[in-house]
Design a binder for this molecule. Sequence first.
Ligand code: FE2
Length: 286
Amino acid sequence: MAHARSIAKLFTSRETMEGAGVRLHRAFGYHTIPDFDPFLMFDDFRADRPEDYLAGFPWHPHRGIETVTYMLEGTVEHGDSMGHVGNVDAGGVQWMTAGSGIIHQEMPKPINGRMGGFQLWVNLPRAHKMMDPWYQEISAEKIPLVRLPGGIQIRVISGRIGDTAGPVNPVIADMEYLDVSLDPDSSFTHAVKPGSMAAAYVISGSGRFDQQSKDDLVNRSVVLYGQEGETIGIHAGSQGVRFLLFSGKPLREPIAWGGPIVMNTQEELEQAFSDYEHDRFIRKKS
Ligand code: FE2
């Protein structure tokens, strides 16, 4: 019989300032290395007050990582050094592989007064940190909604539920990213790959995230599962629960992290900042 994983660490996302003055909630980041490996950071930038986000994230570089932006409401206008310009609209995802280098801006804007979304940073393994940058833009209707018996609805951003695969097939990362909604008092059991890390982030309602838990977890709870066990099990409270679930294979490589650039060694990090300073950051294709 499959053995369910237990919660190893449990905390709440913390308010912090980023970009040009965006007030957001960080679920995990620099201080949680290596717990969430292969993921580096997860930011929740749902906000009610435009002054908390309109300053946005003006032009900045990335190297060595992928950023995955998932919008629930409003939009993010973006532009980048590859000449892409566009919007990530509600229900849609931008999957950006920075690889050797990208310079971009990301500006959250309200629609009908509402804006909210999330950004996940996925680490690239040493062998792929300097790959050519690229990105995938996936609109809401391209993300399948799977309904399972027992009041379970899952938007499959990446990974697979039964025969339904998400539209994002990460070239490098072996990972899944699901947006799960459970009806009141319903239960969800999900298999996770052996050796992979699994984590959940509650975005509304409440629920119990392992069998030992007595208390329901609420909005902004961060759950890191232990490595033992083949499944995770969540039981929704009386209002139902909605959460984001991610799992992935840890890279177990050294991390040298400087703001928006994440490499393996200090030399590589210094090289990246020197490249940026001397206008060599963006590799021209031959
Ligand atoms: Fe960025």
